[in-house]
Design a protein around this ligand. Sequence first.
Ligand code: NAD
Ligand code: UDP
Length: 333
Amino acid sequence: MAHIIVTGGAGFIGSHTVVELQQAGETVTVLDNFCNSNPEVLGRIAEITGTKPALAEIDLCDREKVFAFFADAKADAVIHFAGLKAVGESCKIPLRYYSNNLTGTLNLLEAMAAAGCKKLVFSSSATVYGDRNPVPFTEGMPTAATNPYGWTKLMIEQMLMDTAAADPSWSLVALRYFNPIGAHPSGLIGESPNGIPNNLVPYIAKVAIGELDHLNVFGDDYDTPDGTCIRDYIHVVDLAKGHLCALRYADTLAGFKEVNLGTGHGSSVMEVLHAYEKACGRELPYVIAPRRDGDIPRMYAQTDRAKELLHWEAESDLLTMCRDSWNFTKKNV
Ligand code: NAD
Ligand code: UDP
């Protein structure tokens, strides 16, 4: 049994990962400042797993507190989700993004080093493939950023790479997520963004529950079969399980490795809408709207490395993802 620190463990992906870790018998401490989550989620985790994870309510930017925490924690490994994640917001307040995501990660890595804990799994993103690569995206492709959020992911990957190059006793895995959606099948935890959602599935969920009138489909004139953009949607529980596999892999890794977590399969905006209609049992209104700035027509993962190194593969299909999202939405209005 290991002691795993999960930064951002109260958030969407973090909370699902805490559930999987606890169900696998690990001891978990959630480190979060709740800037984009609610402490209630820890009770929800306890309802699912029977155990409430320990909590360290700390801002990763508070260097002294982070060092003091790690000095006592006896941590075996860290999964690092904590960060700000909204692309559009990152263009409006870039310094807040650089400050939170980079300072937080620097404090974390230095505190880990001081405490002798050198195993970390990091939440990176498929956004690091930029807008020039052909699909499917493979880990060896050149990386690029098109917004401050993406730059923070690239810069952190660089920090991890340099750290591992200087001292290969670190084991550092960057997981490049594609599009996580869905919710835990219990309906107790899921994604509930404040205000009007930016992302497709949370937006459709609000249309389905009647809080929003219709979906705006951003562009139907892309060079794709139905003209709408294609993304690689992955069930958040599959993604969470990928973190356990990444931790096991980190046990054998000397250095740094980046690994895609996706299904390897793309779905269009209209396909997602239709799957959600099936899940909620009614037609959902939509209008075709202008393209959204910065969207690329297609992205989906090449998944060979995850299969080979992590022995992990996504299992859920799009309909299951939409059913679980709808179940969570209905139970949490
Ligand atoms: P989320 O906002 O639900 O969770 C992030 C958590 O981190 C929140 O609980 C927040 O309170 C916490 N946090 C943020 N800054 C902090 C700080 N300075 N100190 C302590 N806690 C802090 O986001 P999520 O969707 O669960 O994403 C988790 C990670 O995965 C993020 O790093 C995100 O960039 C990355 N990611 C997410 C997606 C996605 O589509 N959701 C895709 C690719 C990568
Ligand atoms: N999208 C849409 N309407 C919305 C939100 C998103 O048509 O209200 C489209 C968006 O243009 C993109 C896809 O859905 O093609 C996925 O968008 P999301 O923001 O969820 O993920 P990302 O673009 O970051 O991969």
